[in-house]
Ligand binder design. Sequence first.
Ligand code: SF4
Length: 237
Amino acid sequence: MISIFNYFSLNKCQLIIFVINRNLYLHSMDNNTKNLVDKGEMLPLMESFYTIQGEGFYKGTAAYFIRLGGCDVGCHWCDVKESWDALLHPPTLTTEIVEKTKNFSETVVITGGEPLMWDMTMLTKLLNAKNKSIHIETSGAYDLSGNWNWICLSPKKRKLPKKEIYQVANELKMIIYNKSDFEFAEIEAAKVNSDCVLFLQPEWSKRDLVMPLIVDYVMQNPKWKVSLQTHKYLKIP
Ligand code: SF4
């Protein structure tokens, strides 16, 4: 499927965001497909692959990743901008998506894009039936759907999480791009439940600049842990 938008053009000073929202995605398809997507029986699959979870609490764990298209949060440093336009990622039967996980690890990570733009009920139900441990990586900007074994919440300033997710998040992952992000991290940490594990992670392009700041900050505020994108150091997906 070809997008009707040439959806972004970026240089260091310019960011153009086209909001390709769920409704526009649904509007682009026939009624039957629309119905299936609406119920989560089809999802805009961008890619799926078996790798090692590089970040956060489960760093180093073999995991099958399912990346869904669609995100309108618009982080300027986003490293998967090609996920933003859901129209670039054709609806795929959820049963097919789940079937592909069968020969891989028990851990399945649902990521995006912003996966909660879509109804996750069917996807998590089918994965649960295959005894998978189901993780999600989300900005929390949309209502939580589905049943999860692990919720990694990564709030973004441009579109804050829905209130309900703070109480069920297992892991809070705050991306540090500049100094002001420490303040934002503390504001968000004050909202999560007491069992939630707190991580500060350098934005990849700024890692050399912000890593020393993160190290100092974590030593002074040991409730936080450092998360690195180890998959990028390992040169794996
Ligand atoms: S929420 Fe995630 S996928 Fe969406 S723009 Fe931000 S970093 Fe990219």
